[in-house]
Design a binder for this molecule. Structure first.
Ligand SMILES: Cc1cc2nc3c(=O)[nH]c(=O)nc-3n(C[C@H](O)[C@H](O)[C@H](O)COP(=O)(O)OP(=O)(O)OC[C@H]3O[C@@H](n4cnc5c(N)ncnc54)[C@H](O)[C@@H]3O)c2cc1C
Ligand SMILES: Cc1cc2nc3c(=O)[nH]c(=O)nc-3n(C[C@H](O)[C@H](O)[C@H](O)COP(=O)(O)O)c2cc1C
Length: 817
């Protein structure tokens, strides 16, 4: 095969070396427009997992890299005059120059044809003249631009400014310096790359960059390849103390705004394929682009070797790499947003801040860190226990963070777990049934600190479906009293009432008969702030509510609140999320009113706040009230995260004790970014920007996630919905799995006998004695004893992928005969 490689960066060169090694008959040509030793950047970082893949694929390259590596395990967080160290991370780095030199040497030795200081022939020429064209031409790929229709690239520019620099100070760990300056907070990411120096990346929000006067420093006509020395002098003034008398080094260093590149496809026609930065970028804060580029190269070379033809190889390559790259990009996105918002965390104490920064991408969790560095998590847990005690919560005993108690007004919760509101569609004319008793009672017995009812409707017309529960008739109150009575008599959990009105999303079928679909018969008229149907052509057009009708609905909310108190609920939550009536008032997508209840955010919030205030006045002062909001509508022109902060503040001013932070479901046009804990960043934003207590919800998948969210200060409570349908005793089981026994997870007396995980069945035969295990594959009596080492990243979440989303190491690449 004749293979053209555009770009002699790490991706292009590594691919060329591997492909040539696997099939020496390939004619591989690399074009690199720069000189061989003319490269930007300083160090490149690899994790243990990436190195595993490189070691297997090409031991010669790996051995050469290994001789150069700076290795370390620690991450040091320098913050408010303290250094907090987290160990066990396993990094290796080397200089980019040395890496490229190793790869060039390997390519030369294998017979790859390389042209330096040579622009590659145009993409169309290469596509027609070669069997395969590898576009490894970097983030500004001209090949990608030439075939943009096929690749569908999109770049999302971000709000921080950063500059790659070096220093001749050799750090002894990965370093985060969080520097409070008169202009705002500036962060430094530093890591050693060899015995002579370290990478030193300076990053800050663009507002801070402006305030610090960087905007006007670089000459407008700074020639390509030149560094911005004026900015570097200013950085030295501001941050020079970090490196003492050492120097800051520049190499084509200038301010950059990071752009996340995503492509709809990585291939054009039958023979052009993107690789590395040309295909995707991921913020440098979770690992270098070099690592992704080399992993791409490895996968592509392997697929070419394994598949019968180029077409199948390119398909297999993209199928293998895309989910891994997208997962890395999601983690990188969480990380870059964290750094953009870093200013909102600088109120945190050092222990919490350090835990927060290290778990920012959500890949590293409390559980991972406990494996890597038990002392670090123990210190953070101890800080949290002491902090809780300072706030009058708990005894100061160090327990998993999710089992620290919480207080909302006069209500004490034994732990941080909430059963999220879930409609069961099983009421008769609004009266909750025995199903509700078993469902909610079982969840309370199962250990959650707080169990929320489903959205309980304030009127028959305010129901979503005929099966929805209500609080608008004496028999409803009576039935609810039976349920709260069970919870209070038999468990130490608390029970909250979520009150709502369906608005334009009312009069629809039960969830399992057709979600959001109008009833086949027996529909009742629906209402809303504006006559805009939820699904045009499918849903009813809502009646636009008049002022008198709004007053009547407010009275229904107040009546239901009073009934909720009489029925024995501990907390009431106003449902202002998910596109139901009050949410429709808040969202600009659904509220087009021109009266005092529409227009600006303040206008759109007016009615929900009036309802909230009226309920607050009716609800006993000692009992807490919360509000559930949709923090974003996930559509352009809808509610934004900044709006959500204002919405939260407005409800807090009206007496809300916590904000239950959900998102979306306001319009069927939404495009949510689903994923593990995907709504938690909105809770994080509101909590850390306003100081209000929050509840995080949405695909919080494990008790490890709950511990991480609570300890990092992303929320005060974690609500889990579907996880509780899967396992009603989710909290008790979480306690058993963590070996926790205490007031945060008290088993009902009736269940104490089952409070330990069931014993596994006996394995047949005696266990093999370690001393007898052979090193060779075939052990005693032909049994195969696998040698197993836990992945440093912790538990496995999906077949073949570690929790950190890293690819499993490919077995040694071998040339096909
Ligand atoms: C200023 C800067 C500094 C960086 N520093 C670091 C760092 O210290 N550590 C780190 O891990 N990552 C660093 N990165 C990111 C890192 O360089 C990339 O993520 C990584 O190199 C991607 O590898 P690649 O092979 O896909 O692309 P690149 O390394 O970008 O390689 C692409 C190559 O293609 C060449 N090229 C482009 N078009 C043509 C053409 N038409 N003809 C011939 N040649 C062409 C370019 O000159 C370039 O050498 C830095 C990025 C920038 C912009
Ligand atoms: C069957 C079901 C019914 C739901 N009903 C409600 C509801 O009545 N009120 C509400 O605010 N959210 C409701 N939700 C949303 C959940 O409270 C929760 O926000 C969502 O399921 C995401 O959390 P999870 O990923 O832990 O399930 C419902 C979810 C499910 C699965």
């Amino acid at each position: 095969m004749r293979i053209a490689v555009v770009g002699g960066g790490p991706g292009g060169l590594y691919f060329a070396a591997l492909a040539k090694q696997l099939r020496p008959a390939h004619q591989i040509t690399v074009w690199e427009r720069n000189a061989a030793d003319d490269t930007f950047g300083f160090g490149v970082v690899f994790s243990d997992e990436t190195l595993g893949g490189i070691e297997h694929a090409d031991p010669a390259v790996y051995a050469a890299m290994q001789r150069e590596f700076a290795r370390w395990d620690d991450i040091d967080v320098h913050y408010r005059g303290q250094v907090i160290t987290s160990g066990g991370h396993g990094f290796a780095a080397l200089s980019r120059k040395r890496l490229l030199a190793i790869l060039r040497r390997r390519c030369a030795g294998l017979g790859v044809e390389m042209h330096f200081r040579t622009q590659a022939p145009g993409p169309a020429v290469l596509a027609s003249g070669y069997d395969l064209v590898i576009a490894a031409d970097g983030a500004n790929s001209a090949t990608r631009a030439a075939f943009a229709d096929s690749f569908g690239p999109q770049v999302e520019m971000r709000r921080c400014k950063y500059i790659w620099l070096g220093t001749d100070l050799v750090f002894d760990a990965f370093k985060f310096y969080i520097e409070q300056t008169p202009h705002g907070v500036i962060q430094v990411h530093g890591y050693p790359y060899d015995a002579t120096g370290s990478t030193f990346i300076v990053e800050m929000h663009s507002d801070v960059w402006q305030a610090a006067g960087f905007a006007g420093l670089a000459p407008a006509d700074l020639p390509p390849g030149q560094s911005d020395h004026a900015s570097i002098a200013r950085i030295t003034e501001l941050l020079g103390h970090i490196i003492g008398g050492h120097s800051i080094e520049a190499n084509n260093s200038r301010w950059i705004s990071f752009g996340t590149l995503r492509c709809a496809s990585w291939r054009h026609g039958g023979n052009v394929v993107l690789l590395g930065d040309a295909a995707h970028t991921a913020h440098f804060s979770i690992g270098s682009g070099t690592k992704l580029a080399m992993e791409d190269a490895l996968a592509l070379a392997a697929c070419l070797n394994e598949q019968p033809d180029v077409d199948a190889a390119l398909t297999a390559y993209e199928a293998e790499r895309r989910p891994i790259v997208e997962s890395t990009q999601r983690a990188a996105q969480a990380s870059l947003e964290w750094f953009e918002n870093l200013g909102q965390y600088t109120h945190q104490d050092p222990e919490q801040f350090a835990f927060n920064i290290i778990t920012r991408s959500r890949r590293v969790t409390h559980g991972n860190l406990r494996l890597r560095d038990p002392e670090f998590t123990a210190r953070a847990d101890a800080w949290f226990a002491a902090d809780c005690k300072r706030r009058g919560l708990g005894t100061g005993a160090v327990v998993p963070p999710m089992f620290q108690p919480m207080r909302l007004r006069g209500l004490e919760l034994k732990n941080r777990v909430v059963v999220s509101a879930m409609d069961m569609y099983s009421a008769a004319d609004g009266t909750p049934s025995d199903f509700h008793l078993v469902h909610l009672g079982g969840k309370a017995a199962g250990g959650a600190g707080l169990v929320m009812t489903e959205m309980v409707c304030v009127s028959a017309a305010g129901r979503i479906t005929p099966g929805c529960a209500g609080m608008y008739a004496p028999e409803h109150e009576q039935a609810w009293r039976r349920i709260t009575g069970f919870v209070h008599e038999y468990t130490t959990g608390k029970i909250g009432l979520q009150l709502g009105h369906s608005g334009r999303k009312g009069s629809t079928k039960l969830m399992w008969e057709g979600i959001d679909e109008p009833l086949d018969d027996g529909n009742w008229p629906v209402c809303g702030p504006s006559p805009i149907p939820y699904q045009p052509g499918v849903s009813q057009v809502p009646h636009e509510l008049t002022a008198a009708e709004l007053d009547a609905i407010m009275a229904e909310f107040v009546a239901a609140t009073l009934a909720g108190d009489r029925a024995g609920f501990d907390l009431v939550e106003l449902h202002c999320a998910h596109g139901y009536l009050l949410s429709e008032f808040i969202s600009p997508v659904t509220n087009r009113r021109t009266d005092r209840y529409g227009g600006s955010l303040a206008g759109r919030l007016r009615y929900p706040i009036e309802v909230f205030a009226a309920m607050r006045a009716a609800w006993p002062a000692r009992k807490p009230m919360t509000v559930r909001i949709s923090a974003t509508d996930w559509v352009p022109g809808g509610t934004t995260p900044d709006d959500a902060v204002e919405i939260a503040r407005a409800f807090a001013a009206a007496g809300a004790d916590a904000i239950d932070v959900s998102t979306g479901q306001v319009t069927p046009d939404e495009r949510p970014a689903f994923g593990r804990s995907y709504q938690t960043p909105f809770s994080d934003l509101i909590r850390n920007r306003t100081g209000l207590a929050t509840v995080a919800v949405g695909v919080i998948s494990s008790w490890d996630d709950v511990n991480s969210i609570i300890l990092a200060g992303r929320a005060d409570l974690a609500a889990l919905g579907r996880a509780h349908l899967y396992d009603p005793s989710w909290t008790l089981h979480a306690a058993a799995e963590q070996g926790y026994a205490g007031p945060g997870a008290d088993w009902p007396d009736q269940w104490v006998a089952g409070s330990r995980p069931p014993q596994a069945g006996r394995a047949d035969g005696p266990k093999p004695r370690l001393a007898l295990i052979h090193d060779t594959a075939a052990g005693i009596a032909g049994t195969r004893h696998a040698r197993w080492r836990p992945a440093p990243s912790g538990e496995r979440t999906a077949a073949g992928r570690t929790a950190a989303g890293r690819p499993p190491a490919r077995s040694t690449l071998e040339a096909r005969p």
